[in-house]
Design a protein around this ligand. Structure first.
Ligand SMILES: Nc1nc2c(ncn2[C@@H]2O[C@H](COP(=O)(O)OP(=O)(O)OP(=O)(O)O)[C@@H](O)[C@H]2O)c(=O)[nH]1
Ligand SMILES: [Mg+2]
Length: 462
């Protein structure tokens, strides 16, 4: 791995455990002078990589007692001298220890600054550092496994292998630039076309997996939309397995958005119940309906709920058509125009056995009351966003997907340049850009402002 020299190794400190009371609270120190200042604080010498039972002092005053662990750099999380002070987990104690460290010259760390230093010192690449934050914030077992795999390097290894293939192609293509007369034959002999094709296949495969990794990592938002009284709130309760939303037979029961987090087959989902869509003169309800519509356009997936018993009547069918229109949902199942992000769900299947849904729109029939069809609905939710497997090999982010897509565009452009005999220079240029762009996944080339953004999302102390 390429080692970036840390720009700054001044002494930083932070509470690494969550706020509040706990059995143990950990204060972490990293940078130049960590050992000296921690030794002063403990009043006794620390021993490398050994837990030392000790008191913690501010000047002469006893603050707490616990364990001190010293990890001399570069064999530490950040690559710098790191000390962990493990005391009692109370906010006052932790802050007093932090103050004592700051009195002696340490400063409070920014969010993510420990991980940023680990990245800068070549301990983790950028995708791995991102996985630290993703692992901490994961909300399903499958998501945590995927993030851990990324942290362990599973994703980075695949990216690095493809980057290496591109680098090797570049060497051969750039060698041909010096022989403009024979470059076509040289490229043919060097089997560049085959390698470009292989790289395209690899990028396409990793894109599919990265998309799974993104879905499991960030989860999806699913909005429940439909006319009043069709059973949106009942369905939310049935899916969540708890009575989170109020259900009554009064149309217009739900007025505000209600969000519930759940996990379906490893995929974290934020389910949003909304106010039933109808013409209303009620000020509060009108706002609720506006929020419902906004939610429908923001969500990764909209479940459009209709009631089976009402659908028998033609009037309600046209209402459905009108509502879908309002939501700008295409009625044509073959159209890409937003249709893939809407799933029509016919609830109250226990009340009516109407077999065929009008307009031939694909739908899922369920009963929030009896639970019929809920498993099919869960599967359909996953399929609608393209989530196909619980055992996702690695976690990824939207940032990675965009990079892989751009890289694919460039490698495809290189393939086209080769087919069209545009000359080695053109191919080399496309491959150069592809190589640079792909390097942004692991951070071999990454603009500083992007790094700032990535690490600012971390919690303090990590
Ligand atoms: N038979 C039957 N009744 C249902 C089913 N789902 C919901 N209901 C009933 O339908 C009525 C309305 O249910 P809600 O869940 O409040 O409907 P909603 O779509 O949230 O309604 P609003 O909040 O007013 O928009 C209640 O009386 C529910 O008990 C179902 O699957 N079968
Ligand atoms: Mg409701």
């Amino acid at each position: 791995m390429e080692t970036n020299q840390a720009l700054n190794n001044d002494l930083i400190c932070a509470i690494a455990t969550p706020p509040g009371q706990g059995g143990v609270g950990i204060v972490r120190l990293s940078g130049q002078g960590a050992f000296e200042i921690a030794t002063q604080l403990c009043g006794k010498p620390l021993i490398s990589r050994t837990a030392v039972y000790t008191d913690f002092f501010d000047a002469e005053e006893l603050l707490d007692n616990g364990l001190a662990l010293w990890f001399p750099g570069p064999n530490s999380f950040t690559g710098e001298d790191v000390v962990e002070l493990q005391g009692h987990g109370g906010p006052i104690i932790q802050h007093r220890i932090l103050n004592a460290l700051c009195h002696r010259g340490a400063r409070l760390a920014r969010p993510g600054e420990f991980s940023e230093r680990a990245f800068m010192n070549g301990k983790l690449d950028l995708a791995q550092a991102e996985a630290v934050a993703d692992l901490i914030s994961s909300t399903s077992i499958a998501a945590s496994k995927a993030a851990l795999n990324t942290l362990k390097g599973a994703f980075s290894e695949m990216i690095t292998a493809i980057a290496l293939d591109i680098a090797n192609m570049r060497v051969r293509v750039e060698a041909a630039i010096d022989f403009p007369e024979e470059d076509i034959e040289i490229l043919q002999e060097a089997r560049v076309a085959e390698d470009i094709a292989k790289t395209i296949t690899s990028l396409e495969a990793i894109l599919v997996q990265a998309n799974q990794g993104r879905l499991i990592n960030s989860g999806i938002s699913v909005a429940l939309i439909g006319a009043p009284n069709v059973g949106k709130s009942s369905l939310l309760n049935a899916l969540a397995g708890e009575e989170a939303a109020i259900v009554t037979n009064v149309p217009g029961t739900t007025r505000d958005l209600l969000k519930v987090d759940l996990v379906i087959g490893g995929l974290p989902i934020r389910l949003v119940d909304t106010a039933g869509l109808r013409e209303s003169n009620d000020e509060v309800e009108k706002i609720g309906i506006a929020r419902a519509k906004a939610q429908a356009s923001e969500a990764d997936l909209t479940l459009y709920i209709a009631a089976a018993d009402e659908l028998a009547a033609q009037a309600n069918t046209s209402e459905l058509t009108r509502n879908l229109d309002l939501l700008q949902v295409s009625m044509d199942p073959t159209s890409d125009d937003g249709a893939k992000n809407v799933l029509v769900v016919i609830n109250k299947s226990d009340l009516s056995a109407v077999a065929d849904f009008p307009q031939g729109i694909a739908n899922v029939r369920v009963s929030a009351k009896t639970g019929e069809g809920l498993d099919v609905l869960k599967k359909a939710i996953q399929e609608s966003v393209g989530f196909g497997q619980e055992n996702v090999p690695f976690a990824a982010r939207q940032r990675h997907i965009l990079i892989i897509q751009d890289t694919l565009v460039k490698v495809n452009a290189a393939a086209a340049a080769l087919t069209e005999n545009l000359g080695a220079e053109f191919i080399a240029e496309e491959l150069y850009i592809a190589h640079q762009r792909l390097g942004e996944v692991t951070g071999t080339v990454t603009p500083d402002d992007l790094l700032g953004k990535i690490f600012a999302e971390f919690c303090i102390g990590k």
